[in-house]
Ligand binder design. Structure first.
Ligand code: MG
Length: 179
C-alpha cells in the first residue's frame, strides 16, 4: 500500500485557546484545555484515504495533543506521529513559520510511494516532488479543499510513481473530475 502523510493543524483541523464559534469542541491534553474544529468533510476524507493508503497523521504539535484529538475523532487505523518524529531545521530563514521538517524516509525509502499533504511548504522543502500544499484553514465553513484533495489523491494513488510537480493539483483535479 502506498503511504500518505497528513498534517493536522490548519490542514485537517483548527485549534484555538478559546472557541471561535459553536462548532468548536473542548478538549484537553497534558493538563491544558483547548478548542478544536474539524475542517468541512474531514471525517469523510479520512475514511476515504484510509481505504487507499497507509496514513500517518504527522504534526509538529505534541503527541498528547494529537492523541487527544484522535480519541475524540474515534477513528482507528491511523499512525499518529507528533513532534518527536520531526526534525528540527538548523538555521531556519526568517520567514520560516515552523522550524521543523518531516523526513519522509522515516516512513519509506522509496519516495515514489509516498506523498505528504501540509499547509506549511517548508515542512516538505526537501521533498519538492512529494509535497501537496493545502490551503491554510482557520475555521471557514465554505471550504472545499478536502473534497478536492480526495479526488486528486484517488487519482494519484493509481499512478506507478506519486512523485511529480503537484503545484497545479487543484486545476488538475478539475480535469480529472470532468473525465
Ligand atoms: Mg499545519
Amino acid at each position: 500500500m502506498k503511504k500518505l502523510v497528513l498534517d493536522l493543524d490548519e490542514t485537517l483541523i483548527y485549534s484555538a485557546m478559546e472557541p471561535l464559534d459553536d462548532d468548536f469542541i473542548k478538549l484537553s491534553a497534558a493538563g491544558q484545555t483547548f478548542y478544536t474544529k474539524l475542517r468541512p468533510g474531514a471525517k469523510e476524507f479520512l475514511e476515504y484515504v484510509k481505504r487507499k493508503f497507509d496514513v500517518t497523521i504527522w504534526t509538529t504539535g505534541h503527541q498528547a495533543y494529537l492523541e487527544s484529538i484522535w480519541a475524540y475523532l474515534d477513528m482507528p487505523g491511523f499512525t499518529l506521529w507528533g513532534r518527536d518524529y520531526c526534525k528540527r531545521i538548523q538555521n531556519p530563514d526568517k520567514d520560516c513559520i515552523e522550524p521543523y521538517e518531516k523526513p519522509l524516509r522515516q516512513i519509506i525509502d522509496d519516495l515514489t510511494q509516498i506523498v505528504i499533504v501540509d499547509n506549511t511548504p517548508s515542512i516538505f522543502a526537501k521533498y519538492p516532488l512529494n509535497g501537496i500544499l493545502s490551503r491554510t484553514w482557520r475555521g471557514e465553513m465554505d471550504d472545499t479543499e478536502l473534497t478536492h484533495l480526495s479526488y486528486y489523491l484517488g487519482w494519484l494513488e493509481k499512478q506507478p510513481s506519486m512523485q511529480r510537480d503537484h503545484q497545479a493539483w487543484r486545476l488538475e483535479t478539475l480535469c480529472i473530475r470532468s473525465k
